[in-house]
Design a protein around this ligand. Structure first.
Ligand code: AHM
Ligand code: MG
Length: 343
């Protein structure tokens, strides 16, 4: 009989922390609180389509209360799960303009949490995969309530990042800088169990993922690169297949497991693209790099960008190392369609 060890996420986090002498247990406490918030969000997301059948009419539920939109619900769930644990000094969420302070009556701690509570929420009504994304930093201010300064740190300073994908099964994927590990939720026991240890992204893939509807606004180097991916060349598995969900977590999760490239380029309408550096670019870049991949804004490493605004956007090219490198060569004018023989 094959014997698989059952490892819950909680045990995985605690064992990871034990490996670091001097760890206070603060960090595992933080991740435990966060995991609970994700289970609560999962519970609501998984019954999204039942709202009408269960007699919830319009904007009111059976108790006559206003039914919150799922993204607002997810936002509040994470904040409420994290505001009183004493691990954090400040938070910021994609859903809120300003930083989120810890209430005065609760203790503060040494970490900072940035999160996108429910990404891809335009996909909910069609039962398409959505996700939550998080990013954790150590505070830089010495004590007390945290501030904007604690939030505006470059991505390479992240101490952990992860996402939850609410898909055909629900998974939590995270890194603390020691590889990338995936846990699948067993709904019958309500636990995330280790299912994907040490995920490695293939060095080169066969899939590209981009909203090609924006083609007319793309800059020429992006057009050329996508044309390159569509050319025939057996040695490099071209043409690549196109896959685009329109849910970052789903598109990145597939890219992580199958390889290839996901892009949201800047274009003539939106020079910085659509995605947010702090809530989407940085956490995904940390995860993909930890799996052996690469993430760039076309000019430089995403994780090296010094943020100036909480909600700033960035072009994003992310995935297999070789694919992102070739993409950068096109974007930087170091490569053209003519030079197809090179790789
Ligand atoms: P959201 O924060 O409004 O949900 O938007 C983010 C989503 C990402 O999940 C996805 O990668 C992207 O927007 C898709 O954008 P588009 O519809 O322009 O292709
Ligand atoms: Mg988002």
């Amino acid at each position: 009989m094959i014997h698989h060890k059952i490892v819950t996420i909680e045990r995985h986090i605690i064992e990871g922390e034990r490996a670091h002498p001097g760890a206070t247990g603060d960090f595992s406490g933080l991740l435990r609180d966060l995991t609970l918030a994700f289970k609560v969000i999962w519970r609501e997301v998984s019954k999204a389509g039942l709202v009408d059948i269960l007699g919830l009419t319009g904007n009111q539920n059976v108790h006559g209360e206003q039914v919150k939109k799922l993204d607002v619900f997810a936002d509040e769930t994470i904040y409420r799960a994290m505001d009183h644990g004493g691990h954090l000094c400040v938070m910021a969420s994609e859903e809120n303009e300003d930083v989120l302070h810890i209430p005065e009556n609760y203790p503060t701690g040494k970490y900072v949490l940035l999160y996108d509570p429910l990404d891809g929420s335009s996909n909910i009504d069609a039962n398409v995969t959505i996700g939550s994304i998080f990013s954790i930093y150590r505070r830089v201010t010495p004590a007390g309530r945290g501030s904007m300064q604690d939030c505006l740190q470059p991505g390479y300073k992240q101490v952990a990042a992860g996402y939850v994908i609410y898909g055909s099964s629900t998974m939590l994927v995270y890194t603390t800088g020691d590889g990338v590990h995936g846990f699948t939720l067993d709904p019958s026991i309500g636990e995330f169990l280790l299912s994907h240890e040490n995920i490695r992204i293939p060095r080169r893939g066969k899939i590209y993922s981009v909203n090609e509807g924006n083609y007319r606004w793309w800059f020429d180097p992006v057009k050329k690169y996508v044309k390159y991916l569509q050319e025939e060349d057996k040695a490099t598995s071209r043409p690549y297949s196109a896959r685009y969900i329109g849910s970052l977590v789903g598109d990145i999760h597939r890219t992580l497991l199958y390889g290839g490239i996901f892009m949201y380029p800047g274009d003539s309408r939106n020079p910085d693209g659509k995605l947010r550096l702090m809530y989407e670019g940085n956490p995904m870049a940390f995860i993909v790099e930890q799996a052996g991949g690469k993430a760039s804004n076309g000019e430089r490493r995403i994780l090296d960008i010094q943020p100036t605004k909480l909600h700033q956007r960035t072009p994003l090219f992310i995935g297999s190392e070789e694919d992102v490198t070739i993409c950068e060569e096109f974007l930087q004018g170091k490569r053209d369609l003519q030079q197809r023989a090179a790789s």
